[in-house]
Design a protein around this ligand. Structure first.
Ligand code: MD3
Ligand code: FE
Length: 209
């Protein structure tokens, strides 16, 4: 689809924006996040460079994205517990599959979800998602809670990023060329959301392994 959100020159092939696609499901999704965070708590991981990331993270499914002094990778065990990550809730998988299909990726079945929690002031600097095995699979992202400004940097890091507002219930499908674009999140503004409190949650569904 083409997006009024994006200037024409930046409208990335392979991106589908589904505003409000998860609106009726937000409360159930947030409840499921809180339940799985009891087994695998949100934690602020360290980058290989030794800095603590400002967003807190957890995972569910067959593997989790982890970062530490040794680097970034997908790990089948939660380093905090030494055991498996919580199973992916059915409502997560269902939503991701419906979103992917709406974006033209029929048959996408995520094997994991990375869950980011941003408290006010937290951000994510521009990066690419390139730790997954197969880039022909899309990534489906779901925003919940406080709004945020998504930064869209194109295919090279030095491009000045476009700024795009995301609100609770928005779903985006990143496939094709868009899959390897640089992206990030501007510092989240202070606020309180009825479902998440002073936080933004983002679920990214991936086929990682
Ligand atoms: C574009 N998360 O977890 S979601 C991440 O809001 C991440 O927490 C941000 O970037 C967040 O890696 C942005 C949107 C997103 C997710 C994955 C992408 C955009 C993407 C992968 C490729 C291109
Ligand atoms: Fe990312």
């Amino acid at each position: 689809m083409s997006l009024d959100l994006f200037p024409d020159t930046l409208a990335p092939p392979g991106l589908t924006y589904l505003p409000g696609f998860a609106l009726g499901e937000e409360a159930d999704l947030v409840r499921a996040v809180m339940a799985l965070a009891e087994a695998a708590p949100f934690r602020r991981m360290k980058t290989p460079g030794g800095k603590e990331m400002s967003a807190a993270m957890t995972n569910c499914g067959a593997a989790g994205w982890v970062s530490d002094a040794k680097g970034y990778r997908y790990a089948r065990q939660d380093p905090l517990s030494g055991g498996a990550w919580p199973e992916m809730p059915d409502l997560f998988r269902d939503l991701a599959m419906r979103g992917a299909a709406a974006g033209g990726f029929t048959g996408f079945v995520p094997d994991m979800a990375l869950i980011n929690r941003y408290e006010p002031g937290a951000k994510m600097t521009l990066h690419q998602d390139i730790d997954e095995r197969d880039f022909s699979a899309p990534i489906v992202s779901v925003s919940l809670g406080l709004p945020a400004v998504f930064l869209w940097g194109g295919l090279n890091r030095t491009e000045k990023p476009a700024r795009l507002p995301l609100t609770s219930g928005d779903v985006l499908v990143w496939g094709g060329a868009a899959r390897k674009f640089f992206h990030g999140i501007a510092p989240v503004k202070p606020g309180v959301h009825e479902l998440t409190g002073a936080a933004r949650l983002n679920l990214t569904f991936r086929q990682a392994l």
